[in-house]
Design a protein around this ligand. Structure first.
Ligand code: GDP
Ligand code: IMO
Ligand code: MG
Length: 427
């Protein structure tokens, strides 16, 4: 991929989320016209540095930080409107122009306090089998959508009918909350807060499917900002330790109304190692690399602040992610995280007892029993953060990255050696 020539591109996380999607989106936005979020909600935390200024975007596409770019929250996203207003205000305070650049789908579903409360209660009930959710109400909100009882942005902004619809939803959900032994939700409080948020958001709410198709007619290029990662996908992830949306590339189509034949590229973002936050199997999890990264102050969650679990790069899982998403270009981030590691391991297969396993088993208990089989690579043991070209990377680093590309079956398009915009190498 060339830096300044881009057609419609879907960007997905190729691992368990937090791959550095925000940074790569920000870099790619320079040559796009529109950035669209198509799934997930404010469970996402996408970090972008503009110079020394750090931004963490949860619902608003990371493209908002580049002036004049349009940003769309698509129909597939679940929106917590009160949080979204907070995010908008935070950006405005930092001098970012939001009005006129942000568009929210009329049909995106709304997250309510009862969703968050149910999320927390279900986790409590699960005890040691909890998913480790972000407690943002994402699962219950998508549950309501699938059960056809959810309220959408179009309902929120309709001042005449919203109150009655909300009253019905709170009535039902309070019955459920009571059964959990939890405190019921006050209609009055929620109504007041959501009416206010609805009034603030009304100017942003529109038919985003039409907006995107009209933009494509004008030849504008769209970047689809995936949230979470392939192994958190509701269908293809390590179910039930997943989120509640399709985080893989297909979700970009259903979550935006842009059909598959209008998509040109799929960029898979991955770390040079592996991280996961929350519960569920992670065969290449490793205390040595975890301690090293945490000791450097890295790998703490952008949304919840939780320490991320860390491990070696898992080529089996990522190869499968390349296939499922149709990834044709890799963006490898956090290469500098391995700068001080003398021997770098890569998981190239699994073993269950004496049996070799060369794919990700769908049986979660089997996957949990998988022991990694490692190949070892010599570390480069020098600072990569100042490299600005492929040639400037140490030869051992280039060999490692080439191995990642060969093992996963996709070309490297971008190598990232730091959180900054300039710490990006186009290949
Ligand atoms: P996202 O959810 O995929 O957008 O990723 P997060 O923002 O949750 O986490 C990725 C973290 O890695 C953030 O703190 C980024 O600033 C940081 N980051 C991204 N790329 C690089 C890189 O190449 N090197 C370093 N040191 N940090 C990076
Ligand atoms: P970004 O977009 C990493 C994880 C949670 C939990 C599981 C379910 O920043 O990569 P949920 O609240 O969605 O019901 O939690 O999914 N999770 C993420 N992990 N990055 C994310 O987003 C995540 N969003 C959800 O930790 O394991
Ligand atoms: Mg994140």
């Amino acid at each position: 991929m060339e830096e300044n020539k881009m057609a419609n591109t879907i960007l997905v996380g190729a691992q368990w989320g937090d791959e550095g999607k925000g940074k790569i989106i920000d870099v790619l936005t320079e040559s796009a016209d529109i950035v669209v979020r198509t799934q997930g909600g404010n469970n996402a935390g996408h970090t972008v540095y503009v110079g020394p200024q750090k931004y963490v975007l949860h619902l608003i596409p990371s493209g908002i930080l580049r002036s004049g770019k349009k940003c769309v929250i698509g129909n597939g996203v679940v929106v917590d409107p009160v949080n979204l207003v907070g995010e908008i205000d935070g950006l405005i305070k930092s001098g970012i122009k939001v009005a006129g650049n942000l568009f929210i789908s009329e049909t995106a579903h709304v997250v309510f306090p009862y969703h968050r409360e149910l999320d927390a209660q279900r986790e409590l009930l699960k005890g040691k089998n909890k998913i480790g959710t972000t407690k943002r109400g994402i699962g219950p909100a998508y549950g309501d959508k699938a059960a056809r009882v959810g309220l959408r942005m179009i309902d929120l902004i309709n001042a005449e009918s919203f109150g009655e619809k909300l009253r019905q939803r709170i009535k039902e959900n309070n019955e459920v909350l009571r059964a959990f032994g939890a405190k019921p939700i006050s209609f009055k409080e929620v109504y007041a807060a959501y009416r206010e948020a609805g009034d603030r958001l009304r100017p942003f709410v529109t038919n985003t499917v039409l907006l995107l198709h009209e933009a494509m007619e004008r030849g504008e290029e769209i970047l689809f900002e995936g949230a979470q990662g392939t192994y958190l996908d509701i269908d293809h992830g390590t179910y039930p330790y997943v989120t509640s949306s399709n985080t893989t590339s297909g979700g970009a189509c259903t979550g935006s109304g842009v059909p598959p034949n209008r998509m040109d590229h799929v960029v898979g973002v991955l770390k040079a190692y592996t991280t996961r936050v929350g519960e569920g199997p992670l065969p290449s999890e490793n205390a040595e690399i975890s301690d090293l990264l945490h000791g450097m102050g890295r790998e703490f969650g952008a949304t919840t602040g939780r320490a991320r679990r860390c491990g070696w790069f898992d080529a089996v899982a990522t190869r499968n992610a390349v296939i499922i998403n149709g990834i044709d270009a890799l963006a490898i981030t956090n290469i500098d995280g391995l700068d001080t590691v003398p021997v770098i391991k890569v998981c190239i297969g699994y073993r269950i007892g004496k049996q070799n396993v060369n794919h990700v088993p769908n049986d979660i208990e089997q996957f949990a029993r998988c022991e990694p089989v490692y190949a070892e690579f010599p570390g480069w043991l020098c600072d990569t953060t100042k490299a600005r070209s492929w040639k400037a990377l140490p030869p051992k680093c280039r060999s490692y990255l080439k191995a990642v590309s060969e093992l996963t079956g996709a070309k490297i398009a971008i190598a990232s050696v730091g959180p900054g915009r300039d710490q990006t190498i186009f290949i």
